[in-house]
Design a binder for this molecule. Structure first.
Ligand code: DP6
Length: 355
């Protein structure tokens, strides 16, 4: 038997409207919108090999950075068993998976979005190869709306935010009256909703700490169940998304920035008032935020921030201001970063087939 394989590269993404709180099956409590990054990505190869036994049991080997990784393998076994009914071929082959990230494991950057989207893209690619008996073209696949939808659905089942990573520049996940075609089960591309200045948005990630997350996203999402502000939050997300779509269309950085910062602060406020409560910012995060706001006020440079569920700060700004922002970041913010570490990223083209 010829070994079939597919290698996909998929980036991380940064949410402007945050997904925080979910229902059964990774259905989000509110819609979210993110920019697709470029430099922070995962590259994953799935190879189908002859099975050692005849049973229906999954056969899976997983290598991260060329080393066998048992902890990840167990997570993936759970994932693959949950989707085995949707990919019948999984019982006929053994799977050998190799994965690596472009960013260091200990950078505090969540890799679940890039890794599950790369994995789902490779899996959905193999499905087409088996069906047609032919090698596939990555370009043709990503232009096929049905294929993308399927890849997004299965990315979501791995990790919610992963379903947004496949699309060029920006993407929306979750039903919203403000975005035509939006859906809770998969994300859709949002390039058409962007003013040209937002297509070249830059995101410089300031690493305030590279420590493991204090609380997993899964636990964080589940804490929204008992949060007394949950319903008000879900309503706010809908309103913020509707307003954001207007700002993105117009190229209105000021309004965009106000919404981005409001969403970031809300996310952290929700965690602080959950039970148990978590503080995921550290002292450097606070100093960075203060410094960014002061610099913006005095320089009139349109630079804003957002945060993920951790202490690192994402600086968001138009590419035309790159020089000024980088000077500011080097001068005032790098001292607040762990070992001076920053990752300079920008909006990119989404998932791509490597081979
Ligand atoms: C704060 O997608 O990591 O980054 O679905 O449990 O895997 P799971 O959660 P995950 O949550 C991401 C939360 C966030 C906001 C966002 O990306 O929208």
């Amino acid at each position: 038997m010829k070994t079939l394989s597919a290698t996909w590269r998929s980036p991380s993404n940064i949410a402007i409207i945050k997904y925080w709180g979910k229902k059964q099956n990774q259905i989000p409590q509110n819609p979210s919108l993110s920019f697709t990054l470029n430099e922070c990505f995962t590259e994953t190869t799935i190879s189908l090999v002859p099975k050692e036994t005849k049973s229906d049991e999954l056969q899976l080997q997983f290598y991260f950075d060329k080393k066998e990784n048992i902890a990840f393998r167990l997570r993936l076994l759970n994932f693959f068993s949950s989707i085995q009914k949707d990919f019948k071929f999984l019982k006929d082959y053994g799977l050998v998976i190799h994965s690596a990230n472009s960013f260091p494991h200990s950078s505090g950057i969540a890799s679940s979005a890039s890794s599950y989207s790369a994995l789902a893209a490779a899996l959905c690619d193999l499905e087409v190869q088996l069906k047609t008996g032919k090698k596939t073209s990555g370009k043709v696949l990503v232009e096929d709306k049905k294929w993308l939808k399927r890849a997004s659905v299965f990315s979501r089942l791995g990790s919610g935010s992963a379903c947004r990573s496949l699309f060029p520049y920006a993407s929306v996940w979750g039903k919203s009256d403000a975005v035509k075609g939006s859906d809770d089960e998969f994300a859709i591309g949002y390039e058409q909703g962007l003013h040209k200045e937002f297509k070249t948005i830059r995101d410089s990630i300031l690493i305030a700490s590279s420590n493991e997350k204090k609380v997993s996203s899964r636990v964080g999402h589940s804490l929204m169940k008992g949060n007394p502000y949950a319903n008000a939050r879900y309503k706010q997300a809908h309103k913020n998304l509707a307003e954001l779509t207007v700002a993105l269309k117009k190229g209105d950085w000021e309004h965009f920035g106000a919404i981005a910062e409001n969403e970031a602060m809300t996310l952290h406020a929700l965690m602080m008032c959950s039970n148990p409560s978590f503080i995921l910012m550290n002292a450097h995060t606070m100093s960075m935020i203060e410094s960014i706001r002061n610099f913006r006020e005095s320089s009139k440079v349109p630079v804003y921030f957002t945060l993920d569920a951790g202490p690192n700060v994402h600086l968001l700004y138009p590419s035309a201001f790159q020089k000024k922002v980088l000077e500011f970041a080097d001068f005032e913010l790098s001292g607040l970063c762990e070992d001076g570490r920053m990752i300079h990223d920008y909006a990119g083209k989404g998932a791509q087939k490597v081979k």
